[in-house]
Design a protein around this ligand. Sequence first.
Ligand code: SAH
Length: 366
Amino acid sequence: MNESRETLADSSSTPANIRDMTLDEVEQMIATAGERPYRARQILHWLYARGAESFDEMRDLPSSLRQYLKQNFKLGAEALSFVSRSTDGTRKILIRLADGEEIESVIIPSQDRVTLCMSSQVGCALACEFCATARMGLHRNLTAAEMLSQIYAARRELAAGPSRGAAIEDLTNYVFMGMGEPLANYPRLIRTLTIMTADWGMNISPRRITVSTVGLVPMMERLLGEIPVNLAVSLHATTNALRDRLAPINKRYPLEVLLDACRNLPLKRRARITFEYVMLAGVNDSAADARRLVKLLAAMKGKVNLIFYNPLENSPLETSTRAAVEAFQAILRNGNLTATIRESRGLDIAAACGQLYAEQHSPAAN
Ligand code: SAH
């Protein structure tokens, strides 16, 4: 796969979305239009610092340039969004895209932060046994503009009404843990992260962004070389036999390859990889599993996040008891691993981990 030179031309029949473009590209476009280079930053400032929603608002641009932009580019976001609000403050945003596909994002407020859980694809191709999105299969990749539209939709929702009890009313953290495998949509993910973190873009610190991957090894290495975001790796198993079953991509990048790559990633000095581990009763939650995990992650700059499994319909998998999760955590801690437990949020609105699944795609069996 060599998509790094991906261009915007793949949507040739429709006008390019200006929110897909980086500074370089806007500068090139401006040169083509015969305008002065500084206009590029001016346009991006309108878009990302001032939140312009139309080219007409960009009053200090010459009207000929505004005209040119209107004729050749769209700036619009998604078509429609719907919000479900959980009793615990979590809110799920369903966004209908221009072609009718749907994605979900989740706003998760906590004491000191408001996290946006973002989708990177419509559906997913990676077929993890315990994940609802996997059941959709992969419909398509999201464009950068579509990924970013989740941030706008979330900001609109937060501006419309505060979460009960939340002290902070703006997004503080961004996690690519929604629908899809972000590293399977690599060029557009990089484009999205570039726009999110650039000074001409949204100016978000990469330390506030986490990309979660099931372990696409070559892309993990490239990602951290390009943008120093936080990395989370969905591990879930301590043997290849089990991981092959739970996360079939393990057949391509088995545990020893994945963990070796993790050990050699270009991490910033104090950065650590988060290893996500969904707790499945009788499957991966024994004391022996915990001890194996300690061994596997020895000498790793990492920490473990234990996740209660959110049950899927028609699945034999069951979530571990709280006692089992705590016993597992205790073994990790005794082995000198940092291990936290992720509490489920938004269960009542199917917004919890692994529950994102656009309803219209329900299999015929339902
Ligand atoms: N494809 C990426 C990002 C999406 S999944 C990845 O695999 O990391 C984000 C997290 O949700 C992962 O840790 C995944 O294991 C977890 N998850 C998926 N299904 C779940 C379920 N049914 N219950 C709890 N967590 C789940």
